[in-house]
Ligand binder design. Structure first.
Ligand code: MSP
Length: 468
């Protein structure tokens, strides 16, 4: 039986979750829900979680007068709450401070060391704590990290262990080129292949001066570079969750374009060195701005998932995020238009048709029904991450049903129950089909719709979405 294992990046606990984290996690949730319908619940595994080690988290903890562990224990549940509020259906929440994760990572590194893929050297260079990475000349703009211009890069010179990334470049490239490892979209694939072609150097995979991390098993004066152990979470999760070992390798790792190099080059190389199987696909979506501006603390426009839920409800927030722009591209969340879209598409569009139809069905025996099978078009779009387009298709169908409703004018047939029923049946069946297609995106709404319109006795209900 086909299995589907999907991961989001694990998010740093130096700060609380924002709508950027939600965006990726929501996309993974939509896929997990879709594949549960297609393959059965037991054949799907969806893991998200938090990245808890490293200098960045240690610094944030110190600023809060907490130990890093205390701080991580405080922030990780904030992520879990955000996912609860937005109805994320992950099967497991992975934390890199889990003792099993540490043990497994140490075992893998030891194996790589014994096989000669890791050697000792001296690293000298500039380090960006915000990115948790050494900066190359190409990375910098005016001597600074472009993503963290307010943080001075730190000059570091230390004994480190290095991973022979350079020995694996050709193999990784061949796997991407042959499609054995899919890197999507195409633009990201080209970017990664181009960078490998330019030549890659070995990378430092340990830290001498960072105490908050997993100890290097053969040299306890060093800790594992946070990115290296974080990447292994995708694999360690399948060892930690009981009975899920055969879910490795995963089918999909979702992320934004900021961390594609780690995932599409360094990670597969580490797996090759560890003699583990490679993920099937990596999909890196774009970055969004908020009302045209970069989301940043200094601009004060960082939005917490809960804020969206408070205004639009979980399903409303989910709809607004995924219908905003084509998944994969860079885009903008025009928050000032969210309320208009919510009112027109959800309160008026979907909500209105549901209420009007249900009201007219009251008292009639409508017979029971089930949704039609998913169309090829729907499946194809879902399996190619075309979330906005699926939603557009659904709303086009709603518009068709609305047109039919207004054209047929069933409200004029109240005196003739048989004619009324006949006029309403296509709309009722349409709504049941739409409920099935909406399930991955708006699970609460879909459940209500499906309950209401599959039964023989369809009664009026409270509006699903109140106008704002
Ligand atoms: N801890 C690492 C990932 C390790 S995975 C083995 C990390 N964490 S992060 O907290 O910085 O999360 C980065 C991810 O958050 C992005 O790749 C993306 O999934 C999401 N996003 C953060 N801001 C975003 C936008 N403005 N737009 C789209 N996605 C955003 O990197």
């Amino acid at each position: 039986m086909q299995k589907y294992y999907v991961n989001t990046p694990i998010y740093y606990v130096n700060d609380v979750p924002h709508v950027g984290h939600l965006y990726t996690t929501l996309a993974a949730d939509v896929l997990a829900r879709y594949y549960r319908i297609k393959l059965g619940h037991e054949n799907v595994l969806f893991v998200t979680g938090t990245d808890e080690h490293g200098a960045k988290v240690a610094q944030a903890a110190a600023q809060h007068n907490k130990t890093p562990q205390e701080y991580a224990d405080e922030v990780a549940p904030v992520f879990q709450k955000a996912w609860e509020a937005t109805n994320i259906s992950h099967d497991y929440f992975m934390r890199t401070t889990h003792h099993e994760h540490k043990k497994i990572v140490q075992g893998i590194l030891q194996k790589m060391y014994d096989a000669g893929h890791i050697y000792k050297g001296v690293y000298e260079g500039l380090y960006c704590v915000g990115c948790e990475k050494f900066l190359t000349e190409q990375d910098m703009v005016n001597g600074k990290c472009p993503l963290h211009p307010n943080q001075e890069p730190i000059q570091q010179k230390e004994d480190n262990y290095f991973f022979k990334l350079s020995s694996f470049g050709a193999q990784v490239k061949a796997k991407i080129e042959s499609g054995e490892l899919e890197v999507q979209p195409q633009s990201r694939r080209n970017e990664v292949l181009g960078r490998i072609e330019q030549g890659i150097e070995d990378i430092s995979i340990s830290r001498q001066g960072v105490a908050w991390g997993i100890q290097i098993p053969w040299d306890t004066s060093q800790t594992v570079y946070v990115w290296v152990e974080a990447l292994f979470n995708y694999y360690t999760a399948t060892k930690i969750i009981p009975g899920k070992e055969d879910f490795w390798p995963n089918q999909l790792q979702l992320m934004a374009k900021d961390i594609v190099w780690f995932h599409a080059c360094i990670w597969p190389a580490l797996l090759l060195a560890a003699e583990l199987k490679l993920p099937k696909a990596i999909f890196a979506h774009g970055f969004f701005t908020i009302n045209g501006q970069k989301m940043s603390k200094s601009l004060g426009n960082v939005i917490a998932p809960q804020e969206l839920v408070d205004t639009y409800g979980a399903d409303g927030a989910r709809y607004l995020l995924l219908s905003a722009y084509t998944f994969g591209n860079d885009g903008d969340l025009a928050l000032d238009k969210f309320t208009d879209t919510y009112n027109s598409d959800l309160a008026n569009g979907l909500g209105n048709l549901v209420s009007r139809t249900a009201k007219l069905c009251e008292g009639l025996n409508m017979g029971e029904r089930t949704p039609l099978e998913f169309s090829e078009k729907y499946k194809n779009r879902m399996e190619h991450y075309e979330f906005k387009e699926v939603l557009d298709d659904i709303w086009a169908k709603l518009a068709e049903l609305d047109k039919y409703f207004n054209h047929t004018m069933p409200w004029k047939l109240k005196d003739s129950p048989e004619a009324l029923k006949e006029a309403l049946l296509p709309v009722v069946q349409g709504l049941v089909d739409i409920a099935a297609e909406l399930e991955p995106f708006m699970p609460q709404t879909a459940e209500k719709m499906s309950k209401q319109f599959t039964s023989a006795a369809i009664g009026a209900v409270e509006p699903y979405f109140t106008r704002i």
